[in-house]
Design a binder for this molecule. Sequence first.
Ligand code: KG4
Ligand code: ZN
Length: 344
Amino acid sequence: MQPDGPVLGIETSCDETASALLAADGQVLAEAVLSQQDHAPYGGVVPEIAARAHLDHLPRLVADVLARGGASPAALGAVAATAGPGLIGGLLVGSGFAKGLALAHGLPFVAVNHLEAHALTVRLPGLVPGGVDFPYLLLLVSGGHCQCVSVEGVGRHLRLGGTIDDAAGEAFDKAAKLLGLGWPGGPALERLAAAGDPHRHPLPRPLLGRPGCDFSFSGLKTAVAHLLAREPAARPADVAAAFQAAVAAVMADRADHAMRMFAATHAARTLVVAGGVAANAALRAALAGAAARHGFTLHAPPLRLCGDNAVMVAWCGIERLRRGLTDPLDHAPRPRWPLESLAA
Ligand code: KG4
Ligand code: ZN
């Protein structure tokens, strides 16, 4: 079932307030992302501040996207909002706003799982020539999540492995904090690493070569802390480059194992990397090398769609609407909502 008009997407699960309007065929009509700056003094997202900022910004953002996209609320085909996983205050603001619009205008509502929105982003029409068909192997690397998933279809995801401690983005943010780079640290650390020598201070490669495709990053962060304590004169750029090289090497190794696991049960040879950390060029290069060794093709969203955004939420809504999947207005947002549970 094709949505009966453009689909409005709303994202408020963490510290990005975002809205987007997509035509029923997936064409992006308008998009807006506001990255909240209110958290920088605290060195991390403060949930109550995030929720209040969503409340302040979302109505204006949605009105702006609808105006630029040329649609009135009554002309929408559906409203899709992230309903988890994430910070409950923000989820309540975004999904509550979406439900209000749906109720007022008699529109279908789609409760989007944030992880599935990242997972399906590469299928947005126009991104990859010829499109990306199911099934594919997904490496989901963000601030809160780090997992290898076999994406079998909409609502059908099998977890092959994941982090046993920190997420990849969390590791970047913690290492950046140790280097005094402020927050969020991933992009700043990548910029600093460009001027550094990755070989000057060798860092450990947690779980390298271990069976399966689990990850561990907390030891790497500790190694950075020890290195900085031991060698206070170390050039921050060299430390950043060493850290980034260690993460990229571990990711490539874990992807290596995941591709072997995936290939044992699937004929498809597609690797997708998504989530905020997928914006990292060193990581993309390491994964491209690993994919080539296994005869896989690597796809990644464009940079603007790696981090949190509402285009992916609206697109996930369209994918679900096309399969007749909508949600009741009493759907409860979920702070925890594993991908694997969607099938049930
Ligand atoms: O997907 P995302 O926007 O939010 C979550 O769902 O968590 O991911 C944000 C994470 C942050 O930890 C940020 O530091 C990291 O992605 N990140 C990066 C880069 N850009 C964002 N990490 C490494 N290199 C980057 N260029
Ligand atoms: Zn995300």
